[in-house]
Design a protein around this ligand. Structure first.
Ligand code: PRP
Length: 192
């Protein structure tokens, strides 16, 4: 038996229209900042936007199209070990294709939760000597933070106890293709 994608959704938390509006705002704000001096590359190369797979893919695709400055993009994939309640270890599964020394880099995430993933990514990228390093996340759960991480651009702040799926965020790898952010019905969540 096949299950329809929407069957598991209890409610929409952030609609497709709200996401689209906020992504356009973020694109305009980020573009203006880099035009106004956030870019520090002494050679003036285009901003490098780095998407963190897999969750950031839909957000990143929309965000770069909402930006009107020259840019390049690349991707990293990381995996975190652990059971979801402990930080675990973060491992790089796919690294950047290009060098970032003295370049301007903007990391794009779908969500920052405990901060462990981003902390690990930023430490690794900082060590390569970028000219500037900023972070944009669609969703932020600041009350869940276990380590302090700098986040420059936030789409939406979520309450700490809300587990959301959609627009890149998964439950057991499913629901990433929903055009909105929503919550699952309890009966669709298996006990760990
Ligand atoms: C999610 C998300 C962040 C990380 C945030 O990735 O994309 O990278 O968790 O959690 P943290 O702040 O507690 O470290 P996930 O490991 O679920 O992989 P995915 O992007 O492939 O879904």
């Amino acid at each position: 038996m096949t299950t329809a994608l929407m069957d598991g959704i209890a409610r929409v938390v952030i609609s497709e229209a709200e996401i689209a509006r906020r992504v356009r705002e973020l694109g305009r704000e980020i573009s203006a900042d880099y035009r106004a001096g956030a870019a520090k590359d002494p050679r003036g190369r285009p901003l490098l936007v780095v998407g963190i797979l897999k969750g950031a893919m839909p957000f990143m695709a929309d965000l770069v199209r909402a930006m009107d400055i020259p840019l390049e993009y690349d991707f990293m994939a990381v995996s975190s070990y652990g059971n979801g309640t402990s930080p675990g270890e973060v491992r790089i599964l796919k690294d950047l294709d290009c060098a970032i020394g003295r370049r301007d880099v903007l990391v794009v995430e779908d969500i920052v939760d405990t901060g462990h993933t981003l902390q690990h990514i930023l430490a690794g990228l900082s060590a390569r000597g970028p000219a500037s390093l900023r972070v944009c996340t669609l969703l932020d759960k600041p009350h869940r933070r276990e380590v302090e991480v700098p986040v420059d651009y936030v789409g939406f702040v979520l309450p700490e106890n809300l587990f959301v799926v959609g627009y890149g965020l998964d439950y057991a790898e499913v629901y990433r293709n929903l055009p909105f952010v929503g919550v699952l019905k309890p009966e669709y969540i298996r006990d760990a």
